[in-house]
Design a protein around this ligand. Sequence first.
Ligand code: SF4
Length: 234
Amino acid sequence: MQLDLGPDPRTGILRRMQAALIAEFGRVVRPPEKRRDPVWVLVHGVIGAQTKTAASNASTDALLEEYGSWEAAAQAPVSDLEERLQRQTFPTVAARRLKDCLNAIIAARGSADLRHLSNLETAEAMAWMEQLPGVARKNSAGVMNASTFNRRAMVIDGHHRRIMQRMGIVPPKADTAKTYDALMPIVPEEWSAADMDEHHLLLKKLGQTYCRPRKPMCDGCPVRQDCKLGSAAP
Ligand code: SF4
């Protein structure tokens, strides 16, 4: 006989966190017109290592404007791409990854097009993307959640991962993929894709304010009551 252990208490913590963070920071809702084409979101992630979102937005828009299509960008020499990626923190790596990734999509699909993913389950679509050069869990979840696909997938960046570890919701050394695997089953079932997007954006704000990488400011932190590290702090 299997014991019914009831709902995971971490689900309740996520609900309380969402309410506390909205009370602290206000609503952070991405308007529907800001949902971009899946390939745009994928490129944004592939070139975006250690780079601020606004810079990666500008670089991705500029690439498409200058080349006219992702197929044309895929054919450009790496040195040309690198020149156009100077806003990025690592332009050389970004240029190489971008070229390899776009060419891998074109080789597999005939063009730089991800529409076939709409016919797949979210996990399957993410696995397809993660076999492309330069695409890891954060990017694949981003394409599913923040593009026009608008699917239930939690995007996890460094802020999100650090906060979940400190709060004791995921294991202390969980990497992005392990954090994702631990979180997805406990996300409140009533949360839509937009709620998950908002949760991620709110955690980013928390990570930039109270829960910074060094010296978290637990005093006054809106989620301290549910935080393993914060509630143990003097
Ligand atoms: S209580 Fe402290 S450790 Fe916990 S989330 Fe807030 S700032 Fe981070």
